[in-house]
Design a protein around this ligand. Structure first.
Ligand code: NCD
Ligand code: ZN
Length: 362
């Protein structure tokens, strides 16, 4: 794996025009849910990804080390035999989180990050943080032990337009926090704006995940020519100029940026609803979509950095030794429009374009 790290500087990792082999990718932001939904979606991530940072926004949320240990067991139990997958657990930060419990869970190797949701920002975030001063002791402890903080970077102030919530979060919450505790390692999750990309680039001790869908859709996909609830997620997709900035960042080989799909399954009836849930389900088709995008960006040689190398480097983990090969075929990939789960059907993200890249499963 040292070779892979060293090869960050070497553009082409065994690349041909119609085939690319990369270290097996990881997903640095994933919602697996629980119960019947977990059972239904687990294989779709484990098929392509070796590891994933598991989001803790269950109901009730995963707040303590003990809860994370139990959730990890349920995930491993849902894993079909023959598929290797390592869940990297996170804790959900509340105003009453105990710094010592966090430290113990991190030191035991169970927990790899703490997730901060501003209260009310997104799905199941009611127990999130309202007063950021109340979590200073936990954050200082995390800085001391090197445990990353993953942030959902949106303010929840009703006065702030939903398309501006990320930029305002940077100004009001993130930048003051970084100045107060500069040693704290922070991941700006699912960055969606040029403002976010520029901010992250200017920082040390910081990374950002970028989702597959934000590289493909802008806000027109949600709202032009009819409302399309399956493209609604949080943070909401922004203007085209922001999508282009995200593509540039993902394909730039900059170690600040790595893949976090934010694959967030909801039953179809809760998406196609008068008050539809936020989230796009991209676990089944992310890797072919990324190969397509990186080819369009003339950056196939940088796919490994984004999907397989920059993430482990940030989290201090080895790059996977196993590999994945993606091949480009004449026939377009036929993604299912939805998958069946015990919690109901889940719509699979539709990129609305033919995608000729396939994960080789031979
Ligand atoms: C996520 C979910 O459904 O849990 N939804 C989403 O739109 N991304 C929560 C989140 O990451 O914001
Ligand atoms: Zn998420």
């Amino acid at each position: 794996m040292d070779d892979y790290v060293a090869s960050r500087r070497v553009p082409a990792y065994r690349m041909l025009m119609t085939s690319i082999t990369i270290p097996r990718p990881d997903d640095w932001h994933l919602h697996l849910r629980d119960g019947a939904m977990l059972e239904g979606v687990m294989a779709h991530s484990a098929r392509d990804f070796a590891r994933a940072i598991i989001m803790p926004n269950l109901v009730p949320p995963v707040v303590t080390g003990a809860q994370a240990r139990d959730y990890r067991e349920r995930i491993l139990h849902a894993l079909p035999e023959g598929l290797g997958f390592e869940p990297l657990m996170t804790l959900y930060l509340t105003e009453t989180t105990d710094p010592e419990d966090v430290a113990a869970a991190a030191n035991s190797g169970l927990v790899h990050a703490v997730k901060m949701y501003p209260a009310g920002a997104t799905t199941n975030s009611q127990s999130g943080v309202r007063d950021f001063d109340k979590v200073t002791a936990v954050l200082e402890k995390m800085a001391e032990i090197g445990l990353p903080l993953c942030v959902h970077g949106e303010v929840t102030d009703a006065q702030i337009d939903i398309f501006d919530r990320e930029a305002v979060f940077i100004e009001r919450v993130l930048d003051p926090l970084r100045r107060r505790i500069p040693q704290l390692r922070v991941v700006m999750e699912h960055v969606t704006t040029k403002d976010g990309v520029d901010y992250v680039r200017s920082q040390s001790n910081m990374g950002a995940t970028i989702t597959t869908h934000h590289l493909i859709i802008n806000r027109n996909h949600i709202l032009a020519g009819g409302i399309r609830p399956h493209y609604y997620c949080l943070p909401v997709a922004k203007r085209e100029e922001h999508r282009l900035a995200l593509r540039q960042a993902a394909a730039s080989d900059d170690p600040h940026f790595f893949l976090g799909t934010d694959s967030a399954p909801h039953p179809t009836d809760l998406k196609e609803n008068a008050c539809g849930c936020a989230g796009c389900f991209t676990a089944p088709n992310t890797m072919p979509l990324l190969a397509h995008i990186f080819e369009e960006e003339d950056a196939l040689d940088r796919l490994a950095a984004f999907a397989s190398i920059n993430g482990p480097a940030f989290y201090g983990l080895p790059v996977n030794e196993a590999e994945m090969t993606l091949v480009k075929r004449d026939e377009a990939n036929e993604f299912p429009s939805s998958i069946e789960t015990g919690a109901g059907p889940v719509h699979v993200f539709d990129p609305q374009m033919p995608v000729h890249w396939h994960v080789s499963r031979t």
